[in-house]
Design a protein around this ligand. Structure first.
Ligand code: PMP
Length: 434
């Protein structure tokens, strides 16, 4: 069966597709896609480990782990059993006025895993919402203390924090659809990461000038993911911590991509020895099974809300907050991090990615090859035919989904050596033939 471009082949592209696909396709709207020209999505009937099984029986080796969520591979029996058990007992009760064991257990475990006194967990159901909550927390923290309280954030070029309004506004203005939503998005102070003297001086000047307007600094620690898979040093994070302290701002680390072993440590901030005031988590939190996110605050931030005044309460409360099914999945995922050598696996992937992607150096159009933990990146000068490139990977039997100018791998931490070799070999082959 051929999976062609919808625009090339029109309804012919639906020939041979399962009934559910042909009848449902006219009613779905895909993410970030020009629906007229996008390749129709592949019909997936099953997943297993690092494999995606298509309706025609083909198996693709997955290089992306479903946007970096499925850290233990798909269908891990321990997570599946925990979810099934919880579904029989109690899938969900509201978090207002009612507590459930899975959510409270997860909160305790996250607080124990995170460094420093990051100990109060506010649950939500997606990464973007976790970021919105972090921003609101920071702003309200200062207002509760009686100050005028700034409402702006220092944000960074290449940063990406989600697609909701507040999260879009703290992402890179060039890459994050800002121009499309002029008028909707609040203004923030967007700068280059302080990686050298000039950018550090620019940041210091901006803080000096605007400190009274600014509530905090938000950054993805060590790796800016969706903004281009760019890496920076731990020293940058130490600098941000020092500046946040000097100007009395809150430091927010968005670990939605980097958390849960992706960079080789459980959380990226550990590599810098820096404890932020607020951290956001999602993606790997449930091992890629159910939507769940958390905004975790330090004791100091939480104490800023501790008062006899009801107006000092954190004003947020998603309907599915603390969902017991998702929290059961997350607890099971944390069991796996405890019982199985995930961080060692991430480091082994790092070593294999360096070797496997080395042959991409020097290929035409390749400007950089970089690896950090279980993240491998081949950067090109540009990619003209993104859809065509994506199709060539599928023809090689792998699911690799380049964006912007990068071809990247973020496989499950459990991926086998052979499967990882299939991915790196396919990248080298497809880029050589470009
Ligand atoms: N922050 C970061 C660092 C992310 O990578 C993402 C998702 N790619 C988000 C926030 C938004 O998460 P979600 O898509 O779950 O809203």
């Amino acid at each position: 069966m051929q999976y062609a471009t919808m625009s090339d082949d029109g309804p012919k592209a639906l020939e041979g597709m399962p009934n559910w696909y042909a009848s449902g396709w006219p009613h779905v709207w895909l993410p970030y896609a020009q629906m007229k020209t996008a390749s129709p999505p592949l019909p997936v009937v099953r997943t297993e480990g690092c494999r995606i099984v298509l309706a025609d029986g083909r198996q693709l080796v997955d290089g992306i782990a479903s946007w970096w969520t499925a850290c233990h591979g798909y269908n891990h029996p321990h997570i599946r059993d925990a979810v099934i058990r919880q579904a029989g007992l109690m899938p969900h009760v509201m978090f207002g006025g009612l507590a459930n064991e899975q959510a409270l257990t997860l909160a305790r475990r996250l607080a124990a895993l995170l460094p420093g006194d990051l100990e109060r967990v506010f649950f939500s159901e997606s990464g973007s919402v976790a970021v919105e909550i972090a921003l609101k927390m920071a702003i309200q923290y200062f207002r509760n203390r009686g100050g005028a309280g700034g409402s702006q954030f220092v944000t960074f070029r290449g940063g990406y924090h989600g697609d909701t309004t507040g999260a879009m506004a703290v992402s890179d203005p060039q890459d994050s659809m800002h121009a499309l939503f002029t008028g909707l998005l609040p203004q923030h102070v967007n700068l280059a990461l302080p990686t050298d003297e000039a950018s550090t001086a620019a940041l210091e000047q901006a803080l000096e000038r605007n400190a009274d307007k600014i509530a905090g600094i938000i950054v993805e620690p060590l790796v800016q993911g969706a903004g281009g898979m760019r890496f920076h040093d731990a020293a940058v994070l130490r600098k941000l911590r020092a500046l946040a302290d000097r100007y009395q701002l809150l430091l927010i680390f968005d670990e939605i991509f980097t958390g849960f072993g992706r960079t080789g440590t459980m959380f990226a901030c550990e590599q810098a020895g820096v404890v932020p005031d607020i951290v956001t988590l999602s993606k790997g939190l449930t091992g890629g099974t159910l939507p769940l996110a958390a905004t975790v605050a330090s004791r100091r931030v939480f104490e800023g809300f501790w008062s006899d005044d009801p107006r000092h309460a954190l004003m947020h409360g998603p309907t599915y907050m603390g969902n017991a099914l998702a929290c059961a999945a997350a607890n099971a995922s944390l069991d796996l991090f405890e019982r199985e050598p995930r961080l060692a696996q991430a480091r082994a992937i790092e070593a294999q990615l360096w070797v496997g992607l080395a042959s991409c150096h020097g290929l035409s159009g390749v400007t950089d090859v970089r690896v950090k933990g279980a993240i491998g990146v081949v950067e090109l000068d540009r990619i003209d035919d993104l859809e065509g490139l994506r199709r060539r990977f599928i023809a090689e039997g792998v699911f690799v989904r380049p964006f912007g100018s990068v071809v990247y791998l973020t496989p499950a931490l459990t991926i086998g050596d052979d499967e990882l070799a299939r991915l790196t070999t396919a990248i080298a082959k497809v880029l050589r033939a470009r």
